[in-house]
Structure formats: C-alpha cells, structure tokens
Design a binder for this molecule. Structure first.
Ligand code: FES
Ligand SMILES: [Fe+2]
Length: 436
C-alpha cells in the first residue's frame, strides 16, 4: 500500500512532474518503421505531449510538437519536404531540430529583415532512433543517453513482428505486472483453462519465487509443483528492464510506453527462430500491426490471448490504480522492490544524476547481454519436428487457432509472412531471405 501522494508521484508522467522527468531519461518506442510505408507523418502522444513523427524526403526522422507555433494549426496535416515538415496553413517549415526554416510570405516581403524573427521561432523537437524495426524517441535533457541494443535484437535466423495496442490506463499498472510471477498461474493458465471449458484450477501451483536485482532492473524465477531448478522458469529468469520493459522467456519484449497519466501504448516486439531447415534466414522487413483489445460485438475486453488477459488485469485496476487501497502480500515482493527502485531513481534524477539502467557508454550499449546464457539455446532454433511439437503446445495455451499467442487479431498478411518464414503450409515459399 502507498499513500495517495506517493501514488501520484509514481503515476504522473507530464513534463515537470518527478516521474515525468524520470521517464524522460529513457528512450521509448513510438512507432514501427513499416508504418512509414503507408504514410509520412504520424501523430504521437508520449508522456502527455502531443507530437508528430515524420520521415522527410531525405529519409531523416523528425519528432516535433504537433501544433504549429504560428497560429497553432495541426502539423499532422502538413507535408514533408526534402528537409523537414511544412505546415499546410501558411506554409511555415521546420527542420528536425525544431528550427523554423521558412516563412514564405514574410521571407518574400521582408527579405533579410525577417531573418531575426524567423530564427526566434522554435518548436519542441526530439531525437529519434531506429532499431530492430522500431522507432524510439527521447524527450529528456540532452545529451541523450545511448539506446541499448538488448541481445534479443541481435539474434539471427528469426522472424520478428511488432504489435501495438492502446491501453486505457496508467503505465505503472502494466509495468508492475512485469514482476508479478504468481499471476501466470491464475490470469493465464487457470483462466485459459476455464475459458476452454476445462474447469478446475488445473495449473501447476507456485511453490517458490525468487526476485533479484541486476544492473538493468530485476529478474524473477519460480518453481512450480511440476518443475525444479533445472527448468527454464528457474534457469532463465524473466526480466524487467527499467523502467517499463518486460522480457519474459527470451523471445519477446513488452514495452509499457506512457502516453499520458491514463493511457499506455503497449509495444510488443516478438521474435522466433525459424526451424533449422529454414536457416540461414534473414528477415528484410519487420511487419507491424495494431491489436484490438475490445470485442466490438460484446463491448467486453478480449480475453483469449496472453497479453489480452494481462490487459484485463491492468485496466480493471482503473485508469490510475488507487494503491492506497491495496494489500500487498508475500507474492508481491517484486512490486515492492520495483517501487523502491523507482523512488531511488526519482532521488537520483532530483540530484541531477542518471536513473538506473541508463547507459552512456556507446561500447556498453552496443550489445547488452542477459545475466544468463539463454541466447545459446534460444537463438539456435529447433529441428522441424521439435519445433512443430512446441508450437502445438503453445497453441494449446490460447482459445484460438493462432500461431501468435500474445494478442488476438493478427492480420492475415502477417500470419502469411510468418508461415512463409517458418516454411508452413501453402505459404512455404523458397527461402528468399536467405541470401547473405
Ligand atoms: S499556422 Fe502553421 S503556418 Fe500558420
Ligand atoms: Fe501476464
């Protein structure tokens, strides 16, 4: 339980709030590169700021405030040019650093005399970086820290996809779920069994959980009634990367990106090794899709897939969970440690230091390894027979005929790309991506 004031401290993300300043010390994923196959400008709301993300004709990314500083028109309805973005109302243009580069009427009629005025006009502009098919933004003080290349982004011979979902609640509810081991037994396994009509509380029971801190956040491991210390659930801890990233298992990330106090963008980057007979495999394009979280027919949340189930828990806590009314128990040890770390990080930022997990050394950021050697097992991939057997097991976890178990609603086009990569069914085309 925390008092209402601490709850506000932990959950407010706007500029000038302590947590808003803390969260601005990290890079956040805001879009997929493949979104820009269809568009050149995308609206983004991040940490309570309304922005537009664009790629100009020279290929440079820009992220600037959404409203034009002239008379506040919406730059989403502007257009991109060779270098920057131009407002459609009176044609003022801005570069990726937020400088006003053109004021057509004033430049023409006042010539050089307009230069000082034009140069005085700036819009908020933030750095953007591309990694693993994602676009990351940094809204904090400069110089920006390094964007870490987690080892999963470095794995070869796999197929990745990016999934977004808009979640109507505060980011911290979703992030606290990252270090909550016991919910797997109930929210996923037992509830999935109930939904499949299997009844009873059939999931293996948690007997022991262990939460540990490491440089970039936390890890937890667990022993269930049917596992021991040789099981991956113990040997390959699930990781929480500060401040808001979940890396369960070893094949996907879940980012809980704070949109504003009451909204979160869920960003999933999911990777899977192709079967050995498909290797070597090189993916040249990482597809993205948006997952619906509400069933349009019933108006209820979708409950069939893993992160849909998580979402039900997050949004059920309210737009901003009232933590003054909760009762933490022994299974919540990770939650307690995470909140303590956040408070320590708030103090670090107040002292002018970097919070935990921020990397300044480019060499260190080039490849950040997990605290165990799961890469050797996971990246290698499986022979087709074993791969098919695993897939069948995974598909039993959800009440749907999907390969993708995390979110409902995968578009047919992405499913076909996945099947083609994995060499499945009619989509099993020659492995064109294998040219290296
Ligand atoms: S409002 Fe954008 S140029 Fe006038
Ligand atoms: Fe979960």
């Amino acid at each position: 339980m925390v008092d209402p004031e601490t709850n506000r401290l932990l959950t407010q993300v706007g500029r000038g709030t302590p947590m808003g300043e803390l969260l601005r010390r990290y890079w956040h994923p805001i879009a997929a590169v493949t979104e820009f196959e269809e568009t050149t400008i995308k609206p983004v709301r991040l940490l309570g700021e309304d922005l537009v993300l664009y790629r100009d004709l020279s290929g440079q990314w820009g992220l600037v405030e959404r409203q034009c500083p002239h008379r506040r028109a919406d730059l989403l309805y502007g257009w991109v040019e060779e270098c920057g973005i131009r407002c459609s109302y009176h044609g003022w243009a801005f570069d990726a650093e937020g400088r006003c580069t053109s004021q057509p009427y004033e430049d023409l009629t006042r010539g050089e005399r307009n230069r000082r005025f034009r140069e005085s006009i700036r819009i908020a502009a933030y750095p953007v970086r591309e990694m693993a098919g994602l676009l990351f933004a940094y809204l904090g003080p400069l110089p920006a820290p390094e964007l870490p290349r987690w080892e999963l982004f470095d794995y070869r011979n796999g197929f990745a996809q990016i999934v977004f979902a808009d979640v109507p609640c505060n980011w911290l509810q979703a992030a606290e779920n990252n270090i909550d081991p016991v919910h797997f037994e109930w929210l996923h396994d037992n509830w999935a069994a109930r939904q499949a009509g299997r009844g009873g509380n059939v999931a293996p029971t948690h007997l022991k959980i262990d939460v540990f801190e490491w440089e970039f956040g936390f890890g937890y491991r667990r022993i269930l009634s049917n596992t021991d210390e040789t099981d991956p659930r113990w040997t390959q801890p699930r990781l929480h990367l500060m401040p808001n990233i979940f890396m369960p298992g070893g094949t996907h990330f879940e980012y809980r990106v704070p949109v504003d106090d009451e909204h979160t963008l869920s960003v999933v980057w999911a990777w899977e090794a192709v079967p050995l007979d498909r290797q070597p495999y090189v993916q040249t394009r990482i597809p993205h899709w948006y997952a619906p979280i509400r069933d349009e027919k019933t108006g209820r949340w979708i409950t069939s897939h893993v992160i849909n189930q998580d979402t039900v828990a997050w949004v059920g806590q309210g737009p901003i969970a009232d933590r003054s009314k909760e009762h933490l128990a022994s299974s919540d040890i990770g939650i307690t440690m995470f909140r303590r770390r956040l408070k320590e990080d708030l103090e670090r930022v107040a002292r002018g230091e970097d919070p935990s997990g921020v990397i300044r050394d480019p060499e260190k950021a080039r490849l950040v390894r997990w605290p165990d050697n799961r890469r050797a097992v996971i990246e290698r991939g499986l022979a087709r027979e074993e791969w098919l057997a695993r897939r069948a097991q995974r598909r039993d976890l959800i009440a749907a005929d999907d390969y993708f178990i995390f979110y409902a609603g995968q578009p047919e086009s992405v499913r076909r790309e996945y099947e083609a990569a994995m060499g499945l069914g009619a989509a099993a085309e020659p492995n064109l991506g294998a040219v290296r």
